[in-house]
Write a protein that binds this ligand. Structure first.
Ligand SMILES: [Zn+2]
Length: 234
């Protein structure tokens, strides 16, 4: 819909503003109303979707605000990568597979991963969860025996920012996305979390315990950090 028309429409309707077109690109609008919020916050996490939060304001105000940020929005939109498109990369145990689309469940053949675009995120998350459940428990068992430690239980949780955690009750949580990493990196993360059963911090003593089992931990840590942005968010 041309901008002028959509502006006119929003002026005469009391419905919430749901779409806007900026420089020929259609965006949907997700507006979260927060009481007593003084500023208006605008984010673009996905292509074609503007996320706004503010106190209750008129459509006109929302639209004006979006238009005032037009250049930034369009720039962000072009900079955002769309995961799961044909030809994009898919990572598993440090190997890169090329994505192709089909209408069936996810499958890997040679260096290609086939997935259904409309269910891609769920298919991919399920794949990593399944692989994590198959592969990680035996790694955790292996290292806990070697380190002579006991934990209460092992959980899996897809997170955006952390590979794992360990709480003071002995619950170890691992991020299934670590199945994107190499086996060496996975072992380091497992040993790191197990070492927290003894030291709930990142002190020198903590790292000397890690180093006993993973002597090259500093190099591995650096390699993981270098991959982090690319692998954990995709
Ligand atoms: Zn830690």
């Amino acid at each position: 819909m041309p901008i002028l028309l959509s502006m006119l429409k929003s002026l005469f309707s009391s419905k919430t503003l749901e779409h806007i077109e900026l420089e020929g690109i259609a965006f949907s609008i997700k507006h979260t109303v927060r009481k007593n919020m003084k500023r208006m916050i605008l984010r673009l996490k996905k292509k074609h979707q503007i996320e706004l939060s503010s106190s209750k304001v008129s459509n006109k105000k929302l639209e004006d605000f979006i238009l005032s940020q037009k250049e930034w929005i369009v720039q962000q939109h072009h900079g955002l990568k769309e995961p799961f498109l044909e030809g994009a990369s898919f990572y598993y145990l440090c190997c890169t597979y090329t994505i192709r689309h089909h209408a069936l469940p996810l499958k890997i053949r040679g260096d290609t991963v086939y997935l259904n675009l409309s269910k891609a995120k769920a298919q991919s998350d399920n794949f990593y969860k399944k692989m994590a459940q198959e592969f990680l428990p035996s790694r955790v068992e292996f290292w806990k025996d070697k380190m002579g430690l006991e934990f209460k239980c092992l959980r899996f949780h897809c997170a955006k920012r952390r590979w794992g955690s360990c709480n003071s009750n002995g619950v170890i949580t691992l991020n299934p996305y670590m199945m994107k990493l190499s086996e060496e990196m996975i072992d380091y993360i497992v040993v790191h979390e197990l070492a927290h059963l003894q030291h709930m911090n990142h002190s020198k003593v903590f790292y000397s315990l890690v180093q006993i089992y993973i002597p090259a931990y500093k190099r591995i840590q650096k390699e993981i950090t270098a991959l982090n942005a690319r692998m954990i968010t995709e």
